[in-house]
Design a protein. Structure first.
Ligand code: SF4
Ligand code: SF4
Ligand code: FES
Ligand code: FES
Lengths: 300, 273
């Protein structure tokens, strides 16, 4: 039976290296299957995250032959096996062990997204949306939070210092979903311009290229947001129009006060609270599902 | 404009050891082919367009050859020096160098600030990044947040100028059906100008700024059914913007070349019917 070589990154924050594993080729496998066979055989201590093996949980992100991909959705027969298949952890986030990285950066950014804030409801207390308006945001809801787009984005991949002021493509689609929501009343455009780093993106489309859900991140979220920011800050005609017409949304500073980062604890908050044990001040703000997720505190 | 300075951001923990080797890329496919092709084609186009714009000759096939064909690089021909028959009703007298330079700034600005071409030259020329998962070659990076790149935000104005030019080039294409001395007819040159105008329209209508202004800026599609319909029609075109960008770029150069060859007498523009 033919054999293949898997070249897998083994290491932790102290350092690491690629280790080659020779393993028989089995028909119909995906990369994650081979990783599991290596765990079952030569390297029982190989660390990797996975959950669904169906491309739906977004846990198994890694860099296969240098391309950010889901291990469970990458078929072995699409990779050349005459050379070693390299599997490395996502480059943009700090390593925990082997193929597992600490993705808490993404949750910190999630908490800075001012959540959905609806206008007042109808007389019967309900909110109504037309189907066309419902349809528009559906694409963005397909996101499985694999963070491959965040990983591949050169703004933070190649420039660590930008992380402090860049929310990244995954949150840009969230921003677009909220900004174009017919019932929402927050205006997040100045926030995007001044704090979330929308202008840092140079629309080179790597996020769109790697997204396993095929979300058109750049065309349908980032560029429309850039155009909305032009309306808000750069286009004198649109500016004049705003002065004449009544403003109907809440300003960026008001919207920011809604962001769960001001209610939910950050990893640092948690650390400081551990020492001074007091009543938890965190009010559960579940508007942004990921913001309240268990991993929000990071794996510390 | 609201200021956000008094609101403290959530601190982001920077640093931490990254996994994987500190190499430029682990990719083994030929990722450099696409940026190299981009650089090659764009350089060839800029070289040809610059040469053609400074020729200041052979851009118009007039009544002497029983045709009315003008190169898209020289239309509208506004300078006094424009060859007879090539300019519209009025002329600009103070302009003395090639009339192409006078107008090319608009299509140039349109393409330079186009979202697709930005991607193409950021990747190809500026290597920021050259390809996905390949490290960009710069120590620091501020994207489009500072001068000069912040000027990319004027793209929608260039789009509006682009519409004006499309109308002019469409008129040129219609005029190309006139064959002075031979009546009305269709020549190969007519078809070339028509295809050129059509491609420019498709490129312009698939523009992201166009999609935004036509309906993308709405939050409630249900309240604006007509604009929603326009947006829905433009969106599939917009998804192919890259394709139209290349097609129209290459065809514009070929159109100029065709007019240039006919005007300089290399061959006669064949009349089809
Ligand atoms: S298009 Fe923008 S957000 Fe997406 S990867 Fe490129 S720079 Fe990052
Ligand atoms: S947008 Fe796509 S690539 Fe980014 S986290 Fe969501 S599913 Fe993953
Ligand atoms: S294991 Fe769930 S996405 Fe791969
Ligand atoms: S022309 Fe390309 S985006 Fe406007």
């Amino acid at each position: 039976m033919a054999e293949l070589t898997m070249r897998i990154w083994r290491g932790d924050p102290a350092g690491g290296d690629f280790i080659d594993y020779r393993i028989p080729e089995v028909e119909g496998e995906v990369v994650l299957d081979v990783i599991h066979r290596i765990q079952a055989g030569p390297a029982p201590d190989l660390a990797c995250r996975w959950n669904c093996k169906a491309g739906k949980c977004g846990s198994c992100s890694a860099e296969i032959n240098g391309r950010p991909r889901l291990m469970c959705m990458t078929r072995m027969d699409t990779l050349p096996t005459d050379q070693p298949v390299t599997v490395a952890p996502m480059r943009t986030f700090p390593i925990i062990r082997d193929l597992v990285t600490d993705v808490s950066f993404n949750y910190v950014m999630a908490r800075q997204v001012p959540p959905f804030r609806p206008a007042t409801s109808g007389l019967d207390g309900s909110f109504r949306m037309a189907q066309v308006d419902v349809d528009r945001g559906q694409e963005f809801r397909k996101c499985i939070e694999c963070f491959l787009c965040q990983d591949v984005c050169h703004v933070i991949r190649d420039h660590e210092e930008n992380k402090a002021r860049y929310s990244g493509p995954r949150w840009f689609i969230r921003f677009m979903e909220l900004e174009s929501h017919p019932l929402d009343t927050n205006d997040r455009r100045e926030l995007l311009r001044q704090r979330m780093g929308l202008g840092m993106c140079n629309i080179t489309k790597c996020c769109t290229e790697v997204c396993p859900e095929h979300i058109k991140i750049t065309d349908n979220a980032i560029i429309p947001l850039k155009e909305r920011v032009v309306d808000a800050a750069y286009d004198p005609v649109a500016w004049l129009g705003r002065k004449i017409l009544r403003r109907s949304k809440r300003s960026a500073a008001e919207a920011l006060a809604d962001a769960p980062s001001y209610a939910a604890p950050t990893a640092e908050d948690l650390a400081s609270r551990k020492s001074a044990t007091g009543p938890s001040a965190a009010s559960p703000s579940a508007a942004s599902p990921s913001a309240a997720g268990p991993s929000a505190a990071g794996p510390a | 404009m609201s200021t956000l300075e008094d609101v403290k951001p959530t601190p982001v923990t920077l640093g931490g050891t990254r996994g994987g080797p500190a190499v430029r890329t682990l990719r083994r496919d030929r990722w450099w082919v696409s940026p190299a092709v981009t650089v090659g084609v764009l350089t060839a186009f800029v070289a040809y367009a610059t040469w053609a714009a400074f020729q200041n000759a052979n851009y118009y096939v007039g009544a002497a050859m029983h045709r009315d064909l003008i190169s898209p690089f020289y239309s509208p021909c506004l300078a006094e020096s424009c060859v007879p028959g090539s300019h519209p009703g009025f002329v600009i007298t103070w302009w003395t160098i090639s009339p192409a330079i006078l107008i090319l700034i608009f299509p140039l600005g349109f393409r330079l600030t186009c979202y697709y071409y930005r991607k193409a030259y950021y990747r190809g020329f500026w290597q920021s990044p050259p390809a996905c998962g390949v490290a960009d070659g710069h120590a620091s990076y501020s994207g489009e947040t500072r001068f000069p790149l912040i000027l990319q935000n004027v793209h929608r104005y260039f789009f509006l100028f682009g519409l004006v030019f499309n109308v002019i080039l469409t008129i040129d294409a219609v005029m190309a059906f006139r064959m002075p001395g031979e009546g009305i007819g269709v020549s190969l040159g007519t078809l070339v100008l028509c295809v050129n105008a059509a491609l420019l329209w498709i490129y312009t209508l698939s523009c992201h700024a166009c999609r935004h202004l036509c309906g993308g800026n709405l939050d409630k599609f249900s309240k604006h059914p007509i604009r929603h319909r326009i947006w829905k029609t433009l969106s599939p075109l917009n998804a192919r913007h890259m394709l139209f960008a290349w097609m129209s770029l290459i065809f514009v150069a070929l159109t100029d070349l065709y007019v240039r060859l006919v005007a300089s007498g290399v061959f006669h523009d064949p009349k089809l019917f």
